[in-house]
Design a protein around this ligand. Structure first.
Ligand code: SAH
Ligand code: SF4
Length: 357
């Protein structure tokens, strides 16, 4: 019998599982206390469980399947973790410090099939989806790392913006969100959690219908189809029109603000004309829109792209502002430690391949 991660079960799934296996319902509360409040590392450490229950859990579940391979700390306090999964695949997770709290960026897939032309994660096609347990474990590992420092620091925010397309792993993503948001667990507020998608419109409808108040970010990166298709091939399947229809549904249903991510690539999508087009595109629902301008992090393999200059970034920002669009520039964290999405992982894979030769 193959074991799965205990962290992959929502509270009600664990309750049902325990009852099915002859245990009392309230054991679920005890197990979750040990997992998420006391944060023990083994089932035997769950002191108020009887021996039978501990044995049952040990037979069916793992507690940790991630192994930390590397941790890099940047001068601005950003920590980047590289983990080896049970099957040998590697993924990365990033802890960032902001004035409002501690935010963790999680990975949802091993690689990514969307293949955006500027991204390090898409250099390698997806080999598999992560399970909900593997996504939860990334947060737990970082929280335990903070616990060890003894300062009482808590992961307060989550961004689902690491390697992978979260909406291409929808069910596991949803379980991860429910587990993180559960008041009986880590109790991270839904409004403190953001999921970023490259624009899988059919999943935006589905996400809008879920009863969880998690924030949505859409990686737009271009205001017209021609340009968007040239840098993001997903735009062939979900054009800007299709995307905007799903956005309308989402806004009508939730009345929650959407963040639009826009990477600034020098001389590709950073002209005044694109800023104007972007403003036009978002104008009708500007009260529920925020544009996050992201200065491009160069990726060795994508030599065709350069980061826009400070002046063009500033101009782009001002054009949007001038048209009444809420926006800001996201200056990167951890610039000295391979900050771009998927960069540390791709470097490590190259090292491993070189070592094999
Ligand atoms: N697949 C999802 C979530 C992960 S990518 C998505 O695309 O939205 C998270 C964000 O990082 C996206 O907005 C993505 O476009 C951006 N990104 C990718 N490569 C980057 C790079 N080299 N520099 C800056 N941002 C990058
Ligand atoms: Fe995948 Fe997002 Fe990278 Fe595009 S930007 S390749 S969707 S991880």
């Amino acid at each position: 019998m193959s074991k799965t991660s205990i962290y992959g079960l929502t509270f009600s799934e664990l309750q049902a599982w325990l009852v099915e296996h002859g245990q009392l319902r309230f054991r679920a509360q005890q197990v979750w206390d040990w997992l998420y409040k006391k944060r023990v590392d083994s089932f035997t450490g769950m002191k108020n469980l009887n021996k039978d229950c501990v044995e049952l859990l040990e037979t069916h579940f793992h507690m940790t399947t991630l192994e930390q391979e590397i941790r890099q700390e940047s001068s601005d306090g950003t920590n980047k973790f590289l983990f080896k999964l049970a099957d040998g695949n590697i993924i990365e997770t990033v802890l960032m410090r902001f004035h409002y709290g501690l935010s963790v960026c999680v990975t949802t897939q091993v690689g990514c099939n969307i293949g955006c032309s500027f991204c390090a994660s898409g250099l390698l096609t997806k080999s598999r989806d992560l399970t909900a347990g593997e996504i939860v474990e990334q947060i737990m590992h970082v929280q335990k790392f903070l616990d060890e420092k003894g300062k009482g620091e808590r992961v307060s925010h989550i961004v689902v913006m690491g390697i992978g397309e979260p909406f291409d792993n929808f069910d596991h993503l949803m379980n991860f969100l429910y587990i993180m948001n559960d008041s009986q667990g880590l109790n991270i507020g839904a409004r403190h959690i953001t999921v970023s998608t490259s624009g899988l419109a059919h999943k935006i409808y589905e996400f809008a219908d879920k009863d969880i108040q998690v924030n949505l970010a859409i990686s737009l990166h271009a205001p017209n189809n021609e340009l968007r298709t040239s840098i993001m091939k997903i735009n062939r399947a979900f054009s800007i029109e299709k995307l905007m229809e799903s956005v309308k549904y989402y806004l009508d249903k939730t009345n929650r603000r959407i963040t639009y991510e826009y990477i600034l690539l020098q001389d590709v999508n950073d002209h005044k004309q694109e800023a104007e087009q972007l403003a036009n595109l978002l104008y009708n629902h500007r009260h529920l829109a925020y544009v996050n301008l992201i200065p491009y992090n160069t990726v060795d393999e994508h030599i065709q792209y350069q980061r826009s200059t400070k002046e063009s970034i500033q101009k782009f920002y001002e054009t949007l502002k001038g048209r009444g669009i809420n926006c800001g520039v996201r200056w990167e964290q951890g610039a000295d430690i391979d900050a771009a999405c998927g960069q540390l992982r791709s470097k490590q894979l190259k090292k491993q391949q070189a070592a094999k030769k």
